[in-house]
Ligand binder design. Sequence first.
Ligand code: PSU
Ligand code: MN
Length: 311
Amino acid sequence: MTRDISPLLPIVYSREVAEAKASNTAIVALESTIITHGMPYPKNVEMAKSVEQIIRDGGAVPATIAIIEGVLHIGLENDMLEKLAKLKDVMKVSRADIAFAIAERRSGATTVAATMIAAARAGISVFATGGIGGVHRGAEESFDISADLEELAKTAVIVVCAGAKAILDIPKTLEVLETRGVPVVTYDSEEFPAFWSRQSGLKSPLSLQSPAAIANFQKLRDQLGLNGGMLIANPVPPENEIEREEMEIYIGRALAEAEREGVTGKAVTPFLLDRIFHITEGRSLDTNIALVENNARLAAEIAVAMAFDRS
Ligand code: PSU
Ligand code: MN
């Protein structure tokens, strides 16, 4: 492990990430909230390891990001990954509380927003995850809009996801991304995907057919002085999807339960995911794992294309 020189900000790089940085090898960042709040143990740690291996097989190096006892880790050694996956009271850390977790020596799992901040700080420009946070259904009442959207507008990291979950208000999520100037690019399809489903009923604002074209697009944005990231939506493979009409039934049930139990704020997404997991008897989790793996594969290709562009 390599410690950063900054006296106030304790950053530790895993051995393979430190080596990759020194040799300019492509790196793909991975978030940790998906491990601690998105999936149950031990499937969460199995997923984390298989996703890391897929990135290595794709010629890049994985950097799972988390805060452990006040230290920002860029890349986790296997024993730490195991430890994190079992933690019960770990904080879910976003832009508002990432520095708090470090200052107070807490352990925190990073959301998409916080992972982007840490990745950019570490010089990593590509990040793979499952789904991003967005505008929640009923946001006109609750004002619940994920900090992930604002981060995409500000921080220059390419985020590869499987679209937005239909537990969110997808049209409003796309509207906010457009307003904030975030390119939304669906990979190899004209329709924006809805996480567990390949279809959302909405046309994707943009679409591209190759990792090289995605890398080139982001490079040109940089040259134009357009700070900020972009969202790559990668539809779940057909053999793993749960179709949209079927998903709507399960989501409706989970949302009704959340309302009955008065769940709000940060707890909403983990609650809905857990309810849907039970309602689908685990099928939603299999789909979730398959789509993250699929995103890791694409992210590695984009990271390799970005590294190639640089030389
Ligand atoms: N989508 C998933 N699993 C997750 C999340 C999203 O399928 O675990 C997490 C991500 O870390 C995302 C966060 O950044 O939820 C969004 O939370 P919020 O809406 O509270 O910003
Ligand atoms: Mn929220």
